[in-house]
Design a protein around this ligand. Structure first.
Ligand SMILES: C[S@@+](CC[C@H](N)C(=O)[O-])C[C@H]1O[C@@H](n2cnc3c(N)ncnc32)[C@H](O)[C@@H]1O
Length: 172
């Protein structure tokens, strides 16, 4: 009986994630380890004290950055409820103090004076691009896999996986 209840709870969680992913336009799929490594190496040279993960999913990338940059503040904005709560639970289990997760739409937040990382989808990149044009945010943006349509990248890095996943670097 207990197993059936657990299975039911798991199915409800999965259903919530699927519905939310369909609504938002992207699933909470985490950035791969090879891509995390490239993002981390790139941000090492930045003098900004805050990094924002735009759509932090389960929080794995934000937590990885927080552990490796103990003197920086890492913020994760996430709209999907289950991934958001999992990221909060992970933060407390792993006792990472310099990462903060908020269940908020990053398009409505102040993104100035921070480095931005994202792993979105074409329409998400379009919305972010519009926000950057409207608010003239001078910053570095590190985008996993997806590029902007109108802003030209400063460079493209490739991770070490077989797929050589592109990481687009922007300075706006
Ligand atoms: C592919 S996941 C990336 C997770 C994490 N950033 C990583 O790289 O491991 C993208 C996440 O962005 C979230 N998302 C998309 N648009 C958003 C928005 N406007 N505000 C907050 N979160 C958003 C989705 O719910 C999804 O969980």
């Amino acid at each position: 009986m207990f197993e059936y209840i657990l299975l039911l709870i798991l199915l409800i969680f999965i259903l919530f994630i699927v519905i939310s992913s369909l609504k938002v336009g992207i699933s909470p799929m985490p950035t791969s380890k090879p891509s995390q490594k490239i993002i981390l190496e790139y941000l090492q040279n930045s003098s900004n004290n805050t990094i924002i993960d735009l759509g932090s999913g389960f929080g794995t990338l934000a937590i990885h950055l927080a552990v490796n940059f103990p003197n920086k503040k890492i913020i994760g904005y996430e709209v999907s409820i289950i991934p958001f709560y999992i990221s909060v639970i992970l933060k407390y289990i792993l006792r990472v103090k310099n990462v903060h997760f908020y269940k908020k739409d990053f398009l409505k937040q102040n993104l100035k004076d921070c480095d931005l990382v994202c792993y979105l989808y074409p329409n998400g990149m379009k919305k972010l691009e519009n926000k950057l044009f409207k608010e003239t945010i001078n910053t570095t943006i590190v985008s996993n896999t997806f590029s902007f349509r109108n802003i030209k990248e400063k460079e493209v890095l490739n991770d070490t996986s077989i797929l050589k996943n592109p990481i687009f670097i922007y300075k706006t």
